[in-house]
Design a protein. Structure first.
Length: 371
C-alpha cells in the first residue's frame, strides 16, 4: 500500500560577496593602480538521491536550509572565497516542486543523482576589473548577486516496509501509535481497525521506515470470517512482517499459541510468498505478566509454537522493549533495501557532506506532530 509523504522546506543559496575598491600602496611608487578583488560566489544548494533514506520525515523537523555567502573581495588582488555549498539528502523517488506554483522542478529517480536546487549568487567585481586605458584609477565596484531563494514542496510515494499481522486486540494499533506518527483508533474490542494505516517511524536523523497496521485476522479469514483476509494484500510488498501476539489475553480460556498458529495458517492459505517473507514474533502486553513469570511464559510460548525465528518481548502500552525492536527493524529494512538495489551507494563526492549543518538534536527541532 502506498501513501504520499510530503514536506515543505525553504532553501536559500548564499549571496555573492561584494567586490572591493582598493589601490596599491608601495613605497616609492605613486599611482600603484587598482587592486580590489572580486567577491566570492555564494554557496549552492544541491539535492542528492540517497538510497539510504526511505521517507521525508526529517524535512518535517528541520525546514530551513541556507548555504553560506561568498566572502567579500579584498585589496592586494585578493578575491573572496566562495561560500560552502550544502547538499540535502533525499530518498530516491522524491519529487521536488515549487511550493507556490506547483511546478515540478526535479524528480530524483536515479540513486546518487545530484541536482542544483538553488544557485549561489556570483561575486561582485572589484575595481581591478574596471581598469582601462582611459580610467587608470577606477573607483567602481559591484555588489554580490543575491543567491536564489525558494520554497519547495517535497513529495514521495512510499510503500510500507513493515507490516503488522495479528489477531484483533493484539495491540497492533497501539504499537504503531507508540513508535510512529500514526494515530489510529485503539479500543478494547475486536476489529477496531477497519482500514489499513501507515505510520512513519523515525529511528534517528535520516533514519526512518514505514509500518502498515492492518485490521486483525481471525481463524477462517480465508473463508470470509471477520473482515476476511483482503487486507493481507497490503503487506505483499513489505520487507518484514511482525506477528503481534497478545501474551496476556483477558479471557483465560484463550490460548495465545493456538491464536498465533491460526494466524500463520491463514497467512499460508492466503499466499505462499507472503508466508515465506521474513517474519518476527512480537510478544505484546508483557506489562500484564508479573515480572517473575515473564521468562517462563515466553519460553513456553516459543516452545509450543515451535518458533525458531527472532522473538521480541514488548509492551506497546508502556513502550517497554519497543526501542530495540525498531532499531533492529531499521537495520533489517536497510539490509533488504541494499540487496534489492544491488548496493548502489551515494556519489562519493557527497557521501560525507554534512546535512546542511543542521543539528537535529537541537531542542528547536524537537518532534512535533507533523499532521
Ligand atoms: N496492558 C496492555 N494493553 C495493551 C497493550 N497493547 C495494547 N493494549 C490494549 O489492547 C487493546 C487492543 O489494542 P489495539 O491496539 O486496538 O489492538 P489491535 O491489534 O489494533 O486490534 P484490532 O484493530 O481490533 O485488530 C486496547 O485496549 C489497548 O489499550 C499492552 O502492551 N499492554
Ligand atoms: Mg487496530
Amino acid at each position: 500500500m502506498k501513501f504520499v509523504d510530503e514536506a515543505y522546506i525553504d532553501i536559500a543559496a548564499g549571496d555573492g560577496g561584494n567586490g572591493c575598491v582598493s589601490f596599491r600602496h608601495e613605497k616609492y611608487k605613486e599611482f600603484g593602480g587598482p587592486d580590489g578583488g572580486d567577491g566570492g560566489r555564494g554557496g549552492h544548494v544541491f539535492a542528492v538521491a540517497d538510497v539510504n533514506l526511505n521517507t521525508l520525515v526529517d524535512y518535517r523537523y528541520a525546514r530551513r536550509y541556507e548555504a553560506k555567502r561568498g566572502e567579500h573581495g579584498k585589496g592586494s588582488d585578493m578575491f573572496g572565497a566562495a561560500g560552502d555549498d550544502i547538499t540535502l539528502h533525499m530518498p530516491v523517488g522524491t519529487i521536488i516542486s515549487d511550493a507556490e506554483t506547483g511546478e515540478v522542478l526535479f524528480e530524483l529517480l536515479t540513486p546518487g543523482e545530484v541536482v542544483t536546487i538553488a544557485k549561489g549568487g556570483d561575486g561582485g567585481y572589484g575595481n581591478l576589473r574596471f581598469k582601462s586605458a582611459i580610467n587608470r584609477a577606477p573607483r567602481q565596484k559591484t555588489p554580490g548577486w543575491p543567491g536564489e531563494r525558494r520554497s519547495l514542496k517535497l513529495e514521495l510515494k512510499v510503500l510500507a516496509d513493515v507490516g503488522l499481522l495479528g489477531m484483533p486486540n493484539a495491540g497492533k494499533s497501539t504499537f504503531i501509535s507508540a513508535v510512529s506518527n500514526a494515530r489510529p483508533k485503539i479500543a478494547d474490542y475486536p476489529f477496531t481497525t477497519l482500514h489499513p494505516n501507515l505510520g512513519v517511524v523515525r529511528v534517528g536523523p535520516e533514519q526512518s521506515f514505514v509500518v502498515a497496521d492492518i485490521p486483525g485476522l481471525i481463524e477462517g479469514a480465508s473463508e470470509g470470517a471477520g473482515l476476511g483476509h483482503q487486507f493481507l494484500r497490503h503487506l505483499q510488498r513489505t520487507r518484514l512482517l511482525l506477528h503481534v501476539v497478545d501474551l496476556a489475553p483477558f479471557d483465560d480460556s484463550v490460548d495465545p499459541v493456538a491464536q498465533a498458529k491460526a494466524i500463520v495458517g491463514e497467512l499460508k492459505k492466503y499466499d505462499a510468498e507472503l508466508y515465506g517473507k521474513p517474519r518476527w514474533l512480537v510478544l505484546n502486553k508483557l506489562d500484564m505478566v508479573p515480572v517473575e513469570e515473564r521468562a517462563a511464559r515466553v519460553k513456553d510460548f516459543v516452545k509450543r509454537f515451535k518458533w525458531k525465528g527472532p522473538v521480541f518481548e514488548i509492551s506497546a502500552l508502556t513502550r517497554e522493549g519497543c526501542e530495540p525492536l525498531i532499531r533492529q527493524i531499521y537495520q533489517h529494512v536497510q539490509a533488504q533495501q541494499k540487496l534489492e538495489q544491488g548496493v548502489k551507494e551515494v556519489d562519493p563526492r557527497f557521501a560525507d557532506v554534512e546535512d546542511a549543518g543542521v543539528d537535529l538534536s537541537d531542542p528547536r527541532f524537537a518532534p512535533r506532530d507533523p499532521e
